[in-house]
Design a protein around this ligand. Structure first.
Ligand code: SF4
Ligand code: SF4
Length: 215
């Protein structure tokens, strides 16, 4: 909250912008959370004796231009937009409303899935050279603390990673799963160093879907 207050300092018309997709499912940046943050800002404004106009609005997706364009009327009334989307959404809103101050209202951590209610586990870094076919569906880039591609380091103890007794050793998981599938020989298949050139010549990667022509 301290960081957010620093971002909105000096602005009177604040739009808290929720996103209706991933961050809604993650209970961090949907309509409900936008309403909570807007309420906190109003209370803070009253306490500080500031004349704040805190608005709230949620769109279906902040990562698609069509949705971001549709909320133009809401953005025009604001001096600053606090986006509760992931970093992708914040950047698109900032790009489409260049004359507005657009700041992140939450901290994007990772891509993952809920392992239990309220707990998420990172399991893919979108590296572009997926090795899951050789690692029995366990990502060593993400789940091994050292992102090792060719087997474990020497630190694994009782199936746990040397960084923490709470963390599963990814390579132990890979070994166990390959064994179950009678594919242990895959442990010997060499994975070359990552080909970071798939990220282009540096900078963001781009993905283009080629439409199929049907006769
Ligand atoms: S290897 Fe891991 S990080 Fe790379 S695409 Fe596959 S799951 Fe994602
Ligand atoms: S103990 Fe396992 S998960 Fe941890 S760094 Fe070593 S190989 Fe990776």
């Amino acid at each position: 909250m301290g960081e957010i207050l620093e971002m909105v300092e000096g602005y009177e018309n604040i739009l808290v912008l929720g996103c209706g997709t991933c961050v809604t499912v993650c209970l961090s940046g949907g309509e409900r959370e936008a309403a909570i943050l807007a309420g906190q800002l109003r209370i803070w404004g009253k306490k500080e004796g500031k004349n704040l106009n805190v608005m709230e609005h949620t769109i279906q997706r902040q990562c698609e231009k069509e949705w971001v364009d549709e909320m133009r009327g809401h953005v025009e009334k604001a001096d600053v937009v606090l986006s509760l989307a992931c970093g992708v959404g914040v950047q698109l809103v900032a790009e489409m409303y260049e004359d507005k101050a657009v700041y992140p209202g939450l901290n994007t951590t990772f891509m993952g899935y809920p392992v239990e209610h309220g707990t998420w586990l990172e399991n893919c870094r979108g590296c572009g050279n997926c090795v899951l076919a050789h690692t029995a569906g366990v990502c060593p880039i993400t789940r091994c603390a050292k992102s090792l591609l060719n087997g474990p380091c020497g630190g694994s103890q009782n199936g746990k990673c040397e960084i923490s007794k709470e963390t599963e050793c990814a390579w132990q998981l890979i070994y166990d799963r390959l064994k179950t599938k009678e594919r242990l020989e895959w442990m010997n298949s060499y994975q070359p160093p990552r080909d970071w050139s798939t990220a282009g010549d540096g900078g963001p990667r781009k993905s283009v879907k080629i439409e199929e022509v049907v006769d």
